[in-house]
Design a protein around this ligand. Structure first.
Ligand code: SF4
Ligand code: SF4
Length: 267
């Protein structure tokens, strides 16, 4: 099971699900764009309120391009106990839970409480609990979050500070600090690198990432993803989709530098 958390503190042109970046402010602009009548104006006493009817929603995504806040009209609010009960109901069919997003760690207190609840209940204690993160969480927040977690899958978008900023809108110093902390805690199960031809596949980038990962205790597997156009912002539509040849070249470069590499996807 994957739990997608709404809201992200990066702003990547290459994001495949930008509708998870922002939060709905109930502007109601998406209401007329639902062909299935799943969105309604539920305002009360002049207070604007969007209502989403999950039973009528076909997940056609027609509404998403009309949200100027990069929000999602079908994001829902949960308290820990309600989400715990939902997971427990399906537990017998599951191997584990991945907390993804958006950026899941923006809601680290919620995840800490939920993980603790899951690990302390006999019906859910066996579930493998992983967090998918961009690494921007401040160091002091990691230890409580890791207490009941089985590990973290971390994205590193670029090693060069300026390239990282261009690809995410944020500096990468916290990302690298998180990688170091997680590796030292034995919780860094995977690093992901989205290969974008012409943006972060140059030799100095690859050498820098390889040197950094090789310096970590128990260097993790490096998973390579190929950039694709689905869902991305207009500025990233101008970038070519990553070719198979590029993926193989990048993988060979890392392998030659001693890293364990897994190619996850290519267009
Ligand atoms: S995803 Fe759901 S709410 Fe959005 S337009 Fe489609 S049916 Fe309507
Ligand atoms: S999902 Fe976006 S467009 Fe729809 S009400 Fe919320 S902020 Fe407005």
């Amino acid at each position: 099971m994957v739990v997608f958390f709404q809201g992200c503190n990066m702003n990547c042109p290459s994001c495949h699900n930008p509708q998870t970046i922002g939060h709905c402010n109930h502007c109601l602009e998406c209401v007329p764009h639902c062909p299935n009548g799943a969105l309604q104006d539920a305002s009360v006493n002049g207070k604007r309120r969007l209502a989403h009817n999950a039973g009528q929603c076909q997940r056609c995504e027609s509404c998403l391009p009309h949200c100027r806040r990069d929000g999602s009209p079908y994001a829902r609010r949960y308290d820990v106990e309600t989400l715990f009960n939902t997971i427990r109901e399906h537990a017998m069919l599951l191997d584990g839970i991945t907390f993804s997003g958006g950026e899941a760690t923006l809601q680290h207190r919620f995840i800490t409480a939920l993980q603790s609840r899951l690990k302390s209940d006999a019906e859910t204690a066996y579930l493998n609990l992983l967090i998918d993160s961009n690494g921007l969480l401040d160091s002091p927040h990691w230890p409580p979050l890791l207490a009941s977690s089985d590990g973290v899958m971390l994205d590193i978008k670029a090693m060069g500070a300026e390239r990282h900023k261009a690809l995410t809108g944020r500096d990468n110093s916290k990302v690298l600090a998180s990688a170091q902390l997680l590796a030292e805690a034995g919780k860094l199960v995977e690093v992901r690198f989205l290969v974008i031809e012409g943006q972060n596949d140059m030799a100095d980038e690859l050498d820098g990432l390889a040197a950094f990962l090789s310096g970590l205790p128990n260097p993790p597997v490096l998973k390579l993803n190929g950039f694709r156009h689905h869902g991305v912002r207009p500025s990233a539509q101008a970038w070519p989709q990553t070719s198979e040849a590029c993926m193989e070249r990048v993988a060979a470069h890392f392998t030659g530098l001693g890293l364990k590499v897994l190619i996850n996807s290519a267009p």
